[in-house]
Structure formats: structure tokens, C-alpha cells
Design a protein around this ligand. Structure first.
Ligand code: AMP
Ligand code: MG
Length: 294
């Protein structure tokens, strides 16, 4: 299969491909996504196939309007609307009880579905034009660093998808925060740009931290993630650095890891400067990428 890159504002070909269940790479503000319409079970299945994603790792459904959330859940309560009003469009996925019509593969058999409204204009238009939510995990091969540019995505997926839309580099660069409203106490399932404190301020009560190891809480968290081919060595003191090394930000981490792999480094030195240590979401991805937490 030859991958055609769409660089202009005409999304017609991508919309047609999506509607017949052919997954499309598209930009969001967090990372590039590999999308399929949520109710197109065959398109959803192809996403898992293309990425080599384990089928017990659920997908986030992306919407372009609040009304669209009604296609996914009939149990949307006050907390959901509060979070939506405060953080959407933006890098927050909210887990709620799902409608029975949502294909089981989307939520890996869980009774829930994760919903997010991205802020990237191209992502929103694409969803709008398809007319239903798009499930979209990161547009990479499972386990590799997430793609934050189209060329990083095509490094993994060129020839595996019919269409890929170029929207420039992602402005955030790490995956969304995920919060679950399914249980009694709202629970933070994944850290992202939106912090626990920001969520608590909106919900006006404490939320639970991520479960340490969870039966069926957020299954995706158990897999090796974001990993380059070369091992990563974390360095905390400037004087121990030898060139070349990476001094990452949330926006550059994944691209730097891919660059290091392309350069054929046998070990990647990553400098955990004070500003890096202070960014909890960035540190979370660094520790995962380096295999220190799973
Ligand atoms: P990704 O699309 O790779 O960024 O991964 C989405 C992640 O969101 C999954 O790996 C889960 O950790 C989390 N997630 C998605 N859907 C659900 C759900 N229904 N319940 C709990 N966690 C979810
Ligand atoms: Mg991913």
C-alpha cells in the first residue's frame, strides 16, 4: 500500500477512507493519532493490527462537539460537564460508562469508554466531517516513542495506511491526562499536561492517584511504552554529562528519542535538569521510556 500525504485543507479523501474503515494518520495537539470511526468495528480492528497493539489496551474516542459524547455514553453527569467546560477542547480524556453499542474492542471489554475533545483544528474538522467520534491511539508501532511530527509517524507506518494528514509538529508533545469518573472517587489514570491539582480545583474535591497496579483499571498502563531502541541512562548532575545528550521538554522528548535511534547511538544520555524533574508528566514518560517504571 502506498501512503498518500495530505498537506492542504481538503480532507475529502481522508474522510472517505475513514468511512470505509481505512485508518488515517492525523495531527492532534498531544501526539499524532491513528484514527478510525468508533462504530466501524472493522476499522477499529485494523488499528490494533497496524500498530501491533495488544487487544486489552483500550482506545480513546475523540469528539468534535459536546453533543457527540452522547453517542458514546448515556451516563454523563455533572462532573463530566464541569471537566469538559474547564478543559475541552484540550488534553484531557474522561472515562465514563459506555453505551452498549460501543464496540467491545474499543474499550477492551471494559464497561467504560474514554472520551476526549482535541483542540487541534484539523483533528476537529476531520471528526466533524466523518460525523462520529474517531478512536485514535498514537500513530506509531506499539511500544515505540509516540510521534509528534508526521515524519516520525511515517517512520513507523509508511505503507501501512492509505492516508496521512500533515498538521505540523504537535504543540504539547505528550499524551493526554486520563481521569476516570466511573468509580465513587474520580481517579487519575494517566498524567499529562493537565495536573491532579487542576482537576481537583474544578471538581472541588480530592481525586485518587493512579492505582499502583490495577486489575482492569487502566489496562494500557502495564505495557512497555515510549521506548527507543537504545537504552536510556538518566543523568542528574550536569558535570557527569558527556556529549551527545538530550535535555528534553514535553514537546521534544519523543522526537529526540527517535533522533537518537536514527543516529545509531548505543546508549542515550538524558539530562534530568531541575526543570525536567519539576515536570511530573514529562518525568513519568521518561521513567517509562527508560524502563524504570511500567
Ligand atoms: P493511547 O491511545 O495509547 O494514548 O492509550 C490510551 C490509554 O488510555 C490506554 O492505554 C488506557 O490506559 C487509557 N484508557 C483508554 N480507555 C480507557 C478506559 N475505558 N478505561 C480506563 N483507561 C482507559
Ligand atoms: Mg500510544
Amino acid at each position: 500500500m502506498k501512503t498518500e500525504v495530505l498537506r492542504n485543507l481538503d480532507l475529502t479523501a481522508a474522510v472517505k477512507a475513514l468511512k470505509r474503515g481505512s485508518p488515517v494518520v492525523f495531527p492532534t495537539e498531544t501526539v499524532y493519532g491513528l484514527g478510525a470511526p468508533v462504530f466501524h468495528a472493522d476499522g477499529v480492528r485494523k488499528i490494533f493490527e497496524i500498530k501491533g497493539r495488544p487487544s486489552d489496551n483500550p482506545l480513546i474516542a475523540h469528539i468534535s462537539s459536546l453533543e457527540m459524547a452522547g453517542q458514546l455514553s448515556s451516563h454523563l453527569k455533572e462532573d463530566f460537564y464541569r471537566l469538559a467546560a474547564a478543559f475541552w477542547p484540550g488534553p484531557l480524556a474522561i472515562v465514563v460508562q459506555r453505551r452498549p453499542e460501543v464496540p467491545a474492542l474499543v474499550s477492551a471489554g471494559l464497561p467504560t469508554v474514554a472520551i476526549r475533545m482535541p483542540s487541534h483544528a484539523v483533528a476537529r474538522r476531520l471528526i466533524e466531517e466523518v460525523g462520529e467520534p474517531l478512536v485514535a491511539p498514537s500513530a506509531n508501532i506499539s511500544g515505540r516513542p509516540s510521534p509528534t511530527t508526521l515524519s516520525d509517524s511515517l517512520e513507523d507506518l509508511d505503507g501501512l495506511v492509505e492516508f496521512a494528514i500533515d498538521g505540523g509538529p504537535c504543540s504539547i508533545g505528550i499524551e493526554s491526562t486520563v481521569i476516570s469518573l466511573f468509580h465513587e472517587t474520580p481517579t487519575l489514570l494517566r498524567l499529562g499536561k493537565i495536573t491532579k491539582e487542576m482537576l481537583e480545583e474544578v471538581l472541588k474535591r480530592p481525586i485518587s492517584p493512579p492505582p499502583v497496579k490495577g486489575p482492569a483499571f487502566s489496562p494500557g498502563m502495564k505495557y512497555r511504552h515510549y521506548a527507543p531502541k537504545a537504552p536510556i541512562r538518566l543523568i542528574y548532575e550536569q558535570k557527569q554529562l558527556k556529549s551527545p545528550f538530550i535535555l528534553p521538554t514535553a514537546k521534544t522528548l519523543y522526537a529526540e528519542l527517535r533522533k537518537a535511534d536514527r543516529a545509531g547511538l548505543s546508549e542515550i544520555q538524558l539530562y534530568c535538569a531541575p526543570a525536567v524533574l519539576a515536570d511530573t508528566a514529562l518525568m513519568n514518560r521518561i521513567l517509562r521510556a527508560s524502563g524504570q517504571i511500567s
